[in-house]
Design a protein around this ligand. Sequence first.
Ligand code: HEM
Length: 128
Amino acid sequence: MAGQDTKLYSLEEVKKHNGTDDPRVWIIYKDSVYDVTDYLEEHPGGGDLITEFAGLDATKGFDDFGHSSDAKKQLKSFKIGEVVEEERAGKAKKKTEKKSATVTITDSPTKKPQTRSCISIVTCGLCG
Ligand code: HEM
């Protein structure tokens, strides 16, 4: 949850800090925004692995490597804010989950169909 003093950034704003348009390198990890510019040279995997995600959501890249809890603690120290609520990764997911959860079955298996199917009507018509 964003506290009162937490700065909020849009995805567009984060994108600008990609080390090219702007010298700073920001990444997103689980809806939080980190300025990792000063860590690039220290990174045991090399700075390039991080700059690949400059200005973008690095959650998958960071988790796929399986970083230690120490690495996660270090990451926390670079936090500068959070992604604005309406653009968070989890937000879009929740919407689709809700949609697929409402399926209602109304037909009883013992009931015979009241109307003929289109195929049988067409077949009868063709046979005369
Ligand atoms: C964003 C994408 C990132 C990728 C793809 C990535 C990938 C990697 C890889 C491949 C290594 C292994 C290096 C080796 O053993 O030769 C590594 C190690 C490490 N990374 Fe990253 N890294 C990323 C971001 C970060 C960030 C932002 C931090 C901290 C601020 C961090 C902290 C560490 C630490 C502390 C290690 C040493 C092993 C450990 O404690 O887990 N990494 N990383």
